[in-house]
Design a protein around this ligand. Structure first.
Ligand code: DX5
Ligand code: ZN
Length: 241
């Protein structure tokens, strides 16, 4: 049994898109997710906002629990002080939990705590632990956390809304992050989140991201399935899969 089965599963399949449902039409989400699953989507990105860490409020554990899907639930917590709240997200079925280093006073303790928790969907699966970094946050903050980490997400927009523009300096940050991880000899997945559209998704795949979050570019308009297929094909072509 591998040490981190989910990480190995994603590493083998990477780069993968993680479909962000912030701007989805919730009335038709169920059937759309089934079609996306058939099209090859593996990860579902849920943006949790509390109206404090970022201005908007979105969904919480009951919503995450209510979404019945075999897709892996990639839960991005943009909330103040997640330390005491994280249990309820695990209980709701999060497979991957990412917290913002800026939001949490005891972030190392939080990662340790997550590392001891059991995946509610499958006790053998484990939970992937991620850190998200805002565009203005130095990459070096991950160094003291590196032994407790499975993923680092670089925000390519400031957290708060879907549909913002990709910040170009993300590319340089991504390559420096890769360097930090390889110098530390750590197998950690790298994600990019925010502003990823049909026009730039191939570029982001070429930047060597393992997980590529794409939200409004999939759900805005009337053709989420077609958008999804476009995104998967673009990523596969760009990465030579
Ligand atoms: C930003 C969120 C992102 C964002 C993605 O606060 O973390 O996940 O909603 O949406 P798009 O793809 O529309 O930028
Ligand atoms: Zn997100």
């Amino acid at each position: 049994m591998p040490d981190r089965p989910l990480l190995e599963q994603i590493r083998k399949a990477a780069p993968l898109i993680s479909v962000g449902i912030l701007t989805a039409d919730l009335m038709s989400l169920g059937p759309e997710l089934k079609l996306m699953e058939k099209a090859g989507v593996k990860l579902l990105h849920v943006d949790v906002m509390d109206g404090c860490f970022c201005p908007m409020m979105t969904v919480g554990p009951p919503f995450i629990k209510a979404v019945k899907t075999p897709l892996l639930k990639d839960v991005h917590l943009m909330i103040e002080e997640p330390l005491d709240k994280v249990e309820s997200y695990v209980a709701a079925g999060a497979d991957m939990i990412t917290v913002h280093v800026e939001s949490c006073r005891h972030v190392h303790r939080l990662l340790q705590k997550l590392g001891q928790m059991t995946n509610a969907n499958d006790p053998n699966r484990g939970i992937l632990r991620g850190i998200a970094l805002n565009p203005g946050t130095p990459l070096e903050v991950i160094t003291p956390l590196i032994d407790e980490l499975d993923m680092v997400f670089l925000l390519a927009v400031n957290p708060g809304w879907g549909g913002q523009k990709f910040i170009p300096s993300t590319e340089g940050r991504l390559s420096r992050l890769r360097q930090i991880l390889s110098e530390a000899k750590k197998d950690i997945l790298v994600g990019v989140d925010g502003g990823i559209t049909r026009d730039n998704i191939a570029d982001v795949a070429r930047m060597n991201a393992d997980i590529i979050v794409t939200g409004s570019a999939v759900f805005d308009g009337k053709t989420p399935l077609e958008n999804t297929k476009f995104m998967i094909n673009a990523v596969n072509d760009a990465s030579g899969k």
